[in-house]
Design a binder for this molecule. Structure first.
Ligand SMILES: [Zn+2]
Length: 302
């Protein structure tokens, strides 16, 4: 909890509206490349979690995570993955305006407290509202779902049904049970974005939290190495990469990161051993072959 709070305040200080706009512009120009199948951070703002999964609420545990929109209303909300909007609600309580997206893998993503919907969804909602003559609608679209693509703007964050604007984001399994999105892909993906923005310390905090949940996840360990290396902690970076490789010995990007860190420390022999270890498993890999070349021509030490 304290870790989250620290992260929250670090982000809050670091992210003025201008910084958020810049980060968003950069994000739009060069979309982040999270691991295949990972959920996209669904809000066009600097990644910041303002409410945790499972938090105590007056009559139920919090079923998702709250993503901070920096008090803004109208921040674009993205589809976290390819899927189909098969249910939506407009209400003055609960999640206010909300979208339910069936993902390709059978899970459902819920986006709550929206200030509005993307035009193609809004059209359907307004038609139904006119037909019923009221704002409150629950629309089951299972028979004619609205297809959406990962990263497509599906709505806008707001404060419908709540008092402070934010995006409520929830992942449910096939049975409709809420999963913890910040334990799994979301934390990892969030850390990936922070690493891309070179916010090493914030990424490290998030990854250490994720690691306690999934200690054997090579992707977390690899990202942990990147964050440590970014902070200049070479030995800890090396240990994280080696732990990642032990769990995923065919990941060329981890060899690449480890070799880079070793070469930066002037440890050419250790780097050579790592490359040869990789080439024994993947003898034809072009990246490993070019790494062998880079190690051979690197300075022996400094
Ligand atoms: Zn919430």
């Amino acid at each position: 909890m304290r870790r989250r709070l620290v992260l929250f305040f670090l982000c809050l200080i670091a992210c003025t509206a201008a910084a958020t706009a810049t980060a968003w512009a950069r994000h739009r120009r060069r979309p982040a490349a999270p691991p295949t199948g990972a959920l996209l951070y669904p809000l066009a703002a600097a990644p910041t979690i303002s409410g945790n999964f499972g938090q105590y609420r007056s009559d139920h545990p919090h079923g998702g995570v709250d993503l901070w929109s920096f008090l803004q209303i109208g921040t674009p909300v993205f589809a976290a993955a390819d899927g189909e909007i098969d249910y939506l609600k407009c209400s003055s309580t609960g999640y206010g305006r909300s979208l339910y997206e069936k993902l390709a893998d059978g899970r459902t993503a819920v986006y709550g407290h929206l200030s509005g919907f993307a035009p193609k969804i809004d059209e359907v909602v307004r038609r139904e509202q006119r037909r019923r003559g009221e704002y409150h609608v629950r629309l089951d679209l299972a028979r004619r779902p609205i297809g959406v693509k990962r990263g497509e703007v599906i709505g806008y964050a707001g404060d419908a049904g709540t008092d402070v604007p934010h995006l409520h984001f929830e992942i449910r399994d096939r049975r409709g049970l809420a999963l913890n999105p910040d334990d799994a892909e979301l934390a990892l993906n969030l850390a990936g974005l922070l690493i891309e923005r070179q916010q090493w310390a914030e990424a490290l905090q998030l990854l250490q939290g994720a690691l306690t949940q999934m200690p054997d996840n090579p992707e977390i360990l690899n990202n942990l190495g990147l964050a440590r290396a970014g902070l200049g902690q070479r030995e800890q970076a090396e240990a994280a990469y080696r732990a990642a490789l032990a769990r995923d010995p065919r990941s060329v990007k981890i060899y690449n990161n480890l070799v880079k860190t070793l070469l930066e420390a002037g440890r050419r022999d250790a780097a050579r051993d790592v490359v040869e270890q990789g080439l024994r498993l993947l003898p034809a890999d072009p990246l490993l072959r070019s790494l062998r070349q880079a190690v051979a021509t690197a300075p022996a030490g400094r």
